[in-house]
Design a protein around this ligand. Structure first.
Ligand code: SAM
Length: 261
């Protein structure tokens, strides 16, 4: 964009590779009466393709300097609404109640400084069919990491409990302007229908957080406040004990422990 001063503080690396944009759009498994929410449309690289879909699109942009460019796009496309607001400050739950839709999607080339905050917000305040998100490559590895690998952490368990996570495409830093320092990855989160739910989701989430509190410590140390003997009994079923670290527990094992505490 001419004469536009890109703000690093807002994560403004705009997509300039049409091939990647097409891959993002093609990865959406769109159903009827869909609402697609985009976070950070920027100058509209993705938005321009999203409006061609049979869906209503709402894009949240924090930077009002992009207003002229984006308002032109919404004037030309009746299925597009742009809201100039910090997405993190939105009451998403209330907002969604005011909209009519059957299926919900989030699509975004995310501002990297708030990647996790945005994903947590979406997951806690809504129940999307899918999220298709561009994130830093290293962050994508963490989200989709398997147990017993260095990248497996509480966020991996939290997200893998909620979604099937798959990689859509690796994205070179050359696909953006200005060019970021690191490569990126588009990942797709698909809500798991009929997932086995813990009896108490809040308790389950707290257990995960506590179990990973100190990465180098084992379960006996991280879960001191819990009924440790009971946890040991459950672990035995999986040939594990309290010297195990959280990084070797699967989602299913966390659910089992949580349900028996
Ligand atoms: N979608 C565009 C593209 O792919 O070219 C721009 C992506 S750029 C990585 C991130 C965008 O998010 C920027 O336009 C930035 O201004 C916007 N943004 C940053 N923080 C935001 C927030 N808290 N709420 C909404 N938008 C935000």
């Amino acid at each position: 964009m001419k004469n536009f001063e890109y703000k690093k503080s807002l994560g403004q690396n705009f997509l300039i590779d049409q091939n990647i944009i097409n891959k993002i759009i093609n990865s959406i498994d769109l159903k009827e009466e869909s609402l697609i929410i985009e976070i950070g449309p920027g100058s509209g690289a993705l938005t321009r393709e999203l409006v061609k879909l049979n869906a209503n699109i709402i894009s949240f942009e924090i930077d009002t300097r992009l207003r002229d460019e984006l308002d032109n796009l919404s004037n030309d496309n009746s299925n597009l609404e742009i809201i100039y607001q910090d997405f993190l400050k939105l009451n998403l739950k209330e907002f969604l109640k005011s909209r009519k839709y059957k299926n919900l999607y989030f699509v975004a080339n995310l501002p990297y400084y708030i990647t996790t905050a945005i994903i947590n917000k979406i997951t806690e305040e809504s129940d999307p069919n899918e999220m298709i998100l561009m994130v830093q490559k290293e962050v994508a590895e963490r989200f989709s990491a398997n147990p017993n690998t260095k990248d497996y952490s509480s966020i991996s368990v939290f997200l893998q409990y909620n979604y099937d996570i798959s990689k859509v495409t690796l994205v070179s830093k050359n696909c953006f302007f200005p060019k970021p320092k690191v490569d990126s990855m588009v990942i797709k989160f698909k809500s798991i229908e009929n997932r086995i739910r813990p009896d108490d989701e809040e308790k389950f989430y707290k257990l995960i957080k506590d179990a990973f509190k100190f990465k180098r410590k084992n379960l006996r140390n991280n879960l001191k406040e819990y009924n440790i003997d009971k946890i040991n009994d459950i672990l035995k079923k999986y040939d594990k004990d309290l010297t195990t670290r959280a990084e070797s527990l699967t989602v299913k094992e966390f659910i089992d422990i949580s349900n028996n505490l």
